[in-house]
Every structure is written in C-alpha cells, then in structure tokens.
Write a protein that binds this ligand. Structure first.
Ligand code: SAM
Length: 200
C-alpha cells in the first residue's frame, strides 16, 4: 500500500538552500510512468537529500529504489530523511561516485526504470554504465535536458563553463535521439524529460 506523502516541507527547504531537486511536475510525471508500467524497481543516479526517491516509493505500490549519491553531506541528510519516514526497507542509498560505483552492490537489478538525475555533463557515461541493468522492456528517464531553455540558444550563452555544459547536454541529446538501438520520447515537462526505450 502506498502512503501519499508529498514532502512539501522538504521540497521547500531544498529550494531555499539551493539544493537541486526535481521539479514537482517532473516527479509527478516520473511517478505516473512508474505506475503505468507497474514498476517494482528503480535505480536512481543522484539522490541529493532523498526527495525524489521518497516521492517514488510513497506513490508507487511495491516499488523499491536503489539510489547513488556522491556528496557526503547530502547523502547523510537523505539517510536521515529516509529513516525519519520509515522508508529504509524501500530505499537503499549508496554514498559513492556512480561512475566508479561497484555495481555488484546493487540490490534490485534488473530494474524496470533507470532514472538519471546527476552531473549533466556525464549523462552519456551514466547511461552506458547502467543501461545493462535495465530490463529489456524497461525505461530510462533523463531529466534536465533543456537546461532552462539554454539548449535552444547556445550561441548566446556568455558564461564559458555554462556554455560547455550546455554543449555536453546537447551532445547527449543528439546522441540518444539518433541512436539506432533506442526510441526516445521527449516531454517539455519541468526542464525537459526524455523517456528512452530499447527498440524491439
Ligand atoms: C539534481 S540532484 C538530484 C535530485 C534528486 N534526484 C531529487 O530530485 O530529489 C543531482 C545530485 O547528483 C549528485 N551527483 C553528481 N555527480 C554524481 C555522481 N558521479 N555520482 C553520484 N551522484 C552524483 C549531486 O551531488 C547531486 O546531489
């Protein structure tokens, strides 16, 4: 049985402290995808303080989430949030760099869903490392693909680092949209979300 908690205070507090968490419409979209496919497992790259993983397991029946976070302070806060809401049996959180993480530690593979929500410049690397752990008919969801609309107007970005980052996101977007093994559906929700599926 799901317990519908919306963690409004965690969301507001994260926004106040500039902790990047998924926008509300984005997380509700992700939840709707998980419900539609009757998902029972999800692997998340980028836990931050646990907001999205807690939203997922409290809105989707019988869902288990494995999630990886690099930043120790955020990881500790996520552990404490997950514990406070008694969600420890549904969420396993790992403190590690997802790019070097030992995948033998994963609890619930193969997954119905892989949700990539960590360092945007590394999306392709995350995708290539973790896609083998997704079920044949599973989905891969990637957030923030529009980068506040900047991806549509790269030439006008003044800040050099931002420009580099947006170029990398665009490179990933072009790569996945043109990949012969995957179908991609794009949704202009939140900051741009893609749902990726293997071709039959
Ligand atoms: C956008 S936030 C995640 C938000 C979270 N999914 C939510 O909506 O509540 C991205 C997180 O990815 C983490 N991160 C960045 N690079 C990472 C890596 N290589 N491995 C694991 N986590 C990483 C960051 O520390 C940050 O907390």
């Amino acid at each position: 049985m799901v317990r519908l908690i919306d963690f409004e205070h965690i969301e507001q507090d994260a926004l106040k402290r500039n902790i990047p968490i998924m926008q509300k419409e984005g997380i509700l979209f992700l939840i709707s995808q998980l419900i539609e496919m009757k998902a029972t497992s999800c692997l998340e790259i980028g836990s931050a303080i646990g907001y999205s993983s807690m939203m997922m397991v409290t809105h989707v029946d019988d869902l288990k989430v494995d999630t990886i976070e690099l930043n120790e302070e955020r990881y500790q806060e996520a552990v404490s949030n997950i514990h406070k809401y008694h969600l420890d049996s549904q969420i396993s959180i790992f403190l590690d760099d997802a790019l070097t993480f030992d995948t033998a530690k994963l609890h619930h593979d193969p997954y119905d869903c892989l949700f990539i929500d960590a360092a945007k410049a590394q999306y392709q690397k995350f995708f290539e490392k973790y896609v083998p752990f997704v079920k044949q008919n599973g989905i891969i969801i990637v957030d923030n693909l529009d980068f506040h609309g900047m991806i549509f107007d790269i030439d006008h970005i003044k800040n050099r680092n931002t420009k580099q980052l947006v170029k990398k996101i665009k490179r990933f977007k072009d790569w996945i949209f043109n990949h012969e093994d995957y179908d991609v559906d794009y949704y202009p929700i939140g900051d741009g979300i893609c749902v990726i599926r293997r071709k039959d």
